[in-house]
Design a protein around this ligand. Structure first.
Ligand SMILES: Cc1c2[nH]c(c1CCC(=O)O)Cc1[nH]c(c(CCC(=O)O)c1C)Cc1[nH]c(c(CCC(=O)O)c1C)Cc1[nH]c(c(CCC(=O)O)c1C)C2
Length: 333
């Protein structure tokens, strides 16, 4: 996750010359950034360089990356009347076709070396960014909507869902070989709000994306759902129509296996901060993780994104340890 992020010196160097969303909108540049970690590490997949915030942007919420400050938002949603000024029925290909182009260019450049993953933010996470304008420890402005304006919230979540479905189908048509949905702000909801304002839309997305692809005779791709801190909903998420369930680092592997049954693949979940440990310790942590999940129906990954001050050598230690320990386990089985 966030593999191209700010921890890579070559990414930082590129960013001194180009603004973040300029890179997202330029297919050749987005392709180059996507490939940077693939060149450096023995990774098994690439994720397209883009951001979940390109959808709010296309709907009319201004999102900018300000040098030295980070993300800045304008035109945030303050009350339900503001939904009416959003552009909810835009032409996806026209507004977000640059992501599709980046996927096609990257897919060609990868030459089949590793599969390419496309992604989107999930409706609740996008809604909360459109109201909060950045991360918040309480998300109280966005949660206020759910309690005070439940119908308007559902209207907005449904509009986002419809857009996300078209967007993900477009990514597959452009060449994405798997899709990941990020519900990064799931944890703040708790079980009750999650059941009402997140899970139904997550389910709709898997069902309708698959139906749309089938309708157009396009081969389905595996879909991954990652709902951060949604330990309270693992069983429901594992039955929400996704082939893979991503796990944050707080989840015990055995519990995830028990709750998710025999058909779902699990992805995760090393604490990203474990990358601050000495290399030998990273190897031990990885060994323990892989032995708990087992090598089948499992995608080794971190439990969330990386931080800018992490050492690329630690990432190498992680990736190499995953390959070493899983190969040893497979050989002894
Ligand atoms: C999958 C992905 C994302 N962002 C980026 C990718 C592309 C892959 C990659 O580069 O690794 C590039 C991607 N996106 C961004 C960066 C850093 C850019 C820079 O500073 O130059 C990169 C490499 C910018 C960004 N974009 C976002 C943030 C967090 C803001 C906050 O809540 O405070 C930030 C810092 C929103 C965002 N973006 C994303 C999520 C979901 C995953 C998660 O939970 O982290 C979220 C919540 C997803």
């Amino acid at each position: 996750m966030r593999q191209a992020g700010r921890y890579l010196p070559e990414f930082r160097e590129f960013r001194t010359k180009h603004e973040f969303f300029e890179i997202c909108r330029n297919p050749e540049m987005a392709c180059e950034i996507t490939l940077q970690p693939i060149r450096r590490f023995d990774l098994d997949a690439a994720i397209i360089f883009s951001d979940i915030l390109v959808i709010p942007q296309a709907m009319g919420v201004d999102v900018k990356m300000v040098a030295g400050k980070g993300l800045e938002f304008d035109n945030l949603l303050k009350s339900p009347e503001d939904i009416d000024r959003l552009n909810c029925t835009f032409d996806i290909k026209k507004e977000l076709g640059y992501v599709f182009d980046a996927i096609t260019v990257t897919r060609h450049k990868l030459e089949g070396k590793v599969p390419l993953i496309g992604f989107s933010g999930a409706p609740w996470t996008l809604m909360s960014y459109m109201i909060e304008g950045g991360s918040s420890s309480t998300s109280s402005k966005a949660k206020r909507w759910l309690y005070a304006h439940p119908e308007a919230s559902q209207r907005l979540l449904q509009a986002l869902t419809d857009i996300i479905i078209e967007y993900l189908v477009g990514q597959v048509m452009a060449g994405a070989q798997a899709l990941q949905l990020f519900e990064s702000n799931a944890g703040i909801l708790g079980h009750s709000l999650f059941s009402k304002f997140s899970l139904p839309y997550i389910r709709q997305i898997s069902t309708r994306v698959k139906a749309r692809l089938a309708e157009q005779s396009i081969t389905a791709v595996p879909m991954i759902v990652f709902a951060k801190d949604a330990h309270f909903a693992l069983e429901e998420l594992s039955q929400s129509g996704y082939e893979v369930m991503g796990l944050d680092w707080t989840v015990k592997p055995q519990n995830a296996r028990r709750l998710s049954g025999a058909t779902v693949t699990l992805q995760g979940n090393m604490d990203p901060c474990a990358l601050y440990a000495p290399k030998e310790s990273i190897g031990k942590i990885v060994k323990e993780m892989v032995s708990k999940f087992g090598t089948q129906r499992y995608i080794a990954n971190l439990g969330h994104g990386m931080y800018p001050d992490m050492d690329p050598e630690a990432v190498k230690a992680f990736v190499d340890a995953v390959h070493e320990h899983s190969a040893a386990m497979n050989a002894s089985n």
